[in-house]
Design a protein around this ligand. Structure first.
Ligand SMILES: Cc1cc2nc3c(=O)[nH]c(=O)nc-3n(C[C@H](O)[C@H](O)[C@H](O)COP(=O)(O)OP(=O)(O)OC[C@H]3O[C@@H](n4cnc5c(N)ncnc54)[C@H](O)[C@@H]3O)c2cc1C
Length: 285
């Protein structure tokens, strides 16, 4: 995966992001962000999920659960906290019979296990487009099921023509204006404008987007506002309606998940740090 943004728009914390090409790869970005975290001394608590937060005196108590296999839970006391939980951990489901079968992958990680196999990719945006091409190039027989009439204009400009040409060549089979109606262990039933098709598939990738974990906001007492369910926050400080609980990154778009991304949220941390410092100074004065 190559980033759509150029490296200068992905850099954070004033630390230069240096890469051979203008558009970094996923691995380059992972190495860079890890380096930033290390050089800034960020302490990491791996495999730890925040499940709720509540006001506790002048600060907060965060309830956390260790991911399985551990069943450990813990409470973290903090003068302030920032929720920057994004939405990529919460892929949307198709909501059709069979969508919880073990060969249904809501995350695309690698094409290698799918060489020589029939696979169905569902979706018409970046995630589905890149997965369909990669699976095809690693020897899978790919069928793409797209709800819209064409591949989205929001697909990266170097991916979209590549995919459209593979479809035109018949290398990747595609059904547009179509939707999956059921998944069985061997096949996917697809409603197309002409008729219902049964497509053989030993792996299915519904890559149809994500949504934030609104339940977490509610458990923290954060109000969701308007049709887009934007978590309530002060635009100057990014503090939510829960005192000392701040919000950063993509979650600030609520249901409108494409609106806030790295390029236009890199400054959130600075805004929050300034607000926390100002409150701490006021408490000392
Ligand atoms: C293929 C792809 C290409 C992209 N290209 C670009 C691009 O070119 N330019 C750009 O600006 N953006 C791009 N984006 C979007 C960008 O990655 C997101 O906007 C960005 O990652 C959002 O950052 P975030 O910190 O808000 O959330 P995330 O990056 O989603 O991070 C949230 C983190 O919180 C963790 N988390 C979630 N819930 C909990 C919990 N309850 N407790 C503890 N941890 C939790 C998650 O595991 C995750 O590690 C791309 C995204 C994808 C998928």
């Amino acid at each position: 995966m190559r980033w759509f943004s150029t490296r200068d728009l992905l850099g954070i914390a004033g630390i230069p992001f240096v890469t051979p090409e203008a558009h970094p790869t996923r691995l380059e970005a992972l190495a860079y962000y890890r380096g930033v975290a290390e050089s800034c001394g960020v302490l990491l608590a791996p495999d730890t999920r925040i499940v709720a937060a509540r006001v506790n005196g002048t600060g907060l108590t965060l309830s956390a659960a260790k991911e399985p296999p551990s069943s450990h839970t813990l409470e973290i006391l903090a003068p302030a906290a920032i929720l920057a939980t994004g939405f990529f951990h919460n892929p949307k489901r198709l909501g059709v019979p069979g969508d919880d079968l073990p060969h249904v992958h809501r995350r695309f990680v690698s094409s290698y296990p799918f060489h020589g196999r029939d696979v169905v990719v569902v979706g018409g945006k970046n995630g589905a487009a890149e997965a369909a091409l990669d699976l095809y190039r690693h020897g899978a027989r790919v069928t793409l099921v797209v709800r819209a009439a064409e591949i989205s204009d929001r697909v990266k400009y170097w991916i979209k023509p590549d995919l459209e040409n593979r479809i035109r060549d018949g290398k990747i089979r595609a059904f547009f204006k179509s939707r999956v109606v059921a998944i069985t262990p061997e096949a996917v039933r697809v409603e197309t404008p002409r008729r219902e098709e049964t497509v053989l598939a030993s792996a299915v990738f519904p890559l149809i987007g994500y949504e934030p974990d609104f339940g977490l906001f509610e458990r923290c007492g954060i109000r969701l506002e308007g049709e887009k369910r934007v978590p309530a926050h002060d635009p100057e400080t990014l503090e939510s309606n829960v005192r000392n609980l701040y919000l950063a990154g993509a979650i600030l778009g609520g249901q409108e998940i494409g609106r806030i991304f790295i390029e236009n949220s890199r400054h959130h941390a600075g805004m929050i740090a300034a607000a926390i410092a100002k409150r701490q100074k006021a408490a000392l004065d």
